[in-house]
Write a protein of this length. Structure first.
Length: 243
């Protein structure tokens, strides 16, 4: 899913999809988180059943298969390690692979313990411990991706700081209808109305503000509307409770 989304975000915009398919990376991150939580629930349910009715575990076979899984998933997760901080989609893939590696490692440990102790209940107990680790790491991914799907301000952005920067711009008397959201897991959009009674400042001003928003806040797609603030033609989007 992460790989597919990384291809879809490169699709060019169309008259119907004016942003292209950039949001597919957010959707992939959300689905990755959902799948991890669902699978974790399934493993937890199976572990509880095995605690109630322990079954024989072939320790040697378990260790060999899990060892192969640990190596493959660890190498795969390492390939996503660097990019996980800057891209929620990559983090989803990393967590998925890392979770698989942790599960395999836990299976190895349980297999060794079962060989020496013959305690089959170790397997489900280890499973429950692993589930706690996976859910604790996945829950934040789920929350962040769900927030981005709902057009919340990305975690890395401080909206009050952005507003403060815009309010201190020369000749700006008011800032309203400020919206900041994620177009993808790596691109942030902004729309805002700037009230400038002295008149439109020109394209150079808009370009300078756009560059500052990019350099300071990593906002790559700003749209700025300049208004003169005529008292008899107040913008209907000016009130804070209007979206």
């Amino acid at each position: 899913m992460a790989w597919g989304a990384s291809l879809l975000v490169r699709r060019l915009p169309t008259p119907r999809r004016t942003f292209g398919l950039k949001r597919s990376s957010i959707l992939a991150a959300l689905l990755n988180a959902c799948f991890l939580l669902i699978v974790s629930g399934g493993v937890a349910w199976e572990a509880i059943q095995r605690l109630q009715e322990p079954s024989d575990v072939v320790g040697g076979t378990v260790i060999i298969v899990a060892l192969i899984g640990t190596v493959i998933n660890s190498i795969s997760a390492a390939m996503f390690f660097i990019g996980r901080k800057g891209d929620l989609n990559i983090r989803g893939a990393f967590l998925h692979l890392a979770a698989d590696a942790v599960v395999s490692l836990a299976v190895i440990v349980s297999g060794v313990l079962i060989i020496f102790t013959k305690w089959n209940w170790i397997d489900p107990v280890m499973s429950l411990m692993v589930i706690v680790v996976i859910i604790s790491g996945t829950w934040q991914l789920f929350q962040e991706s769900a927030n981005l799907i709902l057009d919340a301000v990305p975690e890395a952005i401080a909206p009050l700081e952005v507003r403060g920067y815009l309010e201190q711009l020369q000749d700006v008397s008011e800032v309203h209808d400020l919206h900041i959201w994620a177009m993808s897991t790596t691109e942030i959009c902004l729309t805002v109305h700037l009230v400038m009674p002295k008149g439109h400042p020109g394209d150079e001003f808009l370009q300078k503000v756009s560059h500052e928003l990019h350099d300071r806040f990593d906002i790559k797609h700003p749209t700025i509307q300049v208004e003169l603030g005529d008292s008899d033609r107040t913008c209907h989007l000016a009130p804070e409770n209007v979206v």
